[in-house]
Design a protein around this ligand. Structure first.
Ligand SMILES: CC(=O)[C@@H](O)[C@H](O)COP(=O)(O)O
Ligand SMILES: NCC(=O)COP(=O)(O)O
Length: 244
């Protein structure tokens, strides 16, 4: 299959993590988002966690007011978050699982285990004009449920891929590639993200059915060394080099 274009969504959560460490007003994730857009990012991801450990409600509103590229709001499947999304109307919402005590998102959303609820939330968000994505592990059982949910997009959780090495990593690429192919064949737009870095993005960027990567922690870390614009440009180059 001819490779579809590959977009970069930059997740600016951890710019806010540095700000929240001191409870001050800087660094500003919205300012970072504008720099990423200028450097070629296609969208901005922010994860409004229930515990508000990094991104705050006002960050999402300010981002939506000033960003010229789409916002992808990651959020848990709760009534509070659905209310916020329906009021703010980002272009995209990605439904993710959340545990208060976790350091980061540990797995994909169990869509199959709560299909009626996910379907109802997808319908409410869609009625508000929002395109919904589901953050899932590359498990065929979850794909069936994603199709049944009515969500037009899904994002493959690449956390396991990022954690393992050697043969296990090569196997994980196979699992992700066949899941992406099946999801694309089922008419779902396929995204991927979590734990991706300049060093490991290549094999994932090479999967032709994946059209968007959402990358945050490693890119923000790299930006401490080279700046947000350069870190964004470096990632776009690495993605394009693997795609061609
Ligand atoms: C859902 C996901 O994979 C990322 O957005 C990640 O959750 C970033 O936020 P945290 O680092 O707070 O987990
Ligand atoms: N959905 C994944 C994301 O937005 C970024 O994850 P990470 O690069 O911060 O691990």
């Amino acid at each position: 299959m001819t490779a579809l274009p590959l977009r970069l969504g930059v997740n600016v959560d951890h710019v806010a993590t540095v700000r929240q460490a001191r409870g001050v007003s800087y660094p500003d994730p919205v300012e970072a988002a504008l720099i990423c857009a200028q450097a070629g990012a296609d969208s901005i991801t922010v994860h409004l966690r229930e515990d508000r450990r990094h991104i705050q409600d006002h960050d999402v509103s300010r981002l939506l007011a000033v960003s010229k590229i789409p916002t992808n709001l990651e959020m848990a499947v709760t009534d509070e978050m659905v209310g916020i999304a329906c009021a703010l109307k980002p272009r995209y919402v990605c439904l993710v699982p959340e545990k208060r005590e976790e350091r980061t998102t540990e797995g994909g959303l169990d869509v199959a285990g709560q299909l009626p609820r996910v379907r109802e939330v997808c319908a409410r968000l869609t009625a508000a004009g929002i395109e919904v994505s589901l953050f899932v592990d590359p498990d065929p059982h979850q794909l069936e449920a994603c199709v049944a949910s009515g969500a037009p997009h899904l994002e493959i959780h690449t956390g396991r891929y990022a954690e393992v090495e050697g043969d296990a990593r090569a196997e994980e690429v196979e699992v992700i590639a066949s899941f992406a192919k099946a999801a694309h064949a089922a008419g779902i737009e396929v995204h991927a993200g979590h734990g991706l870095t300049l060093g490991n993005v290549g094999p994932i960027a090479r999967i032709s059915e994946i059209v968007e990567l959402n990358i945050g922690h490693s890119l923000v870390g790299r930006a401490l060394m080279v700046g947000m614009a350069e870190a964004t440009r470096e990632m776009i180059s690495a993605m394009r080099a693997s795609r061609s």
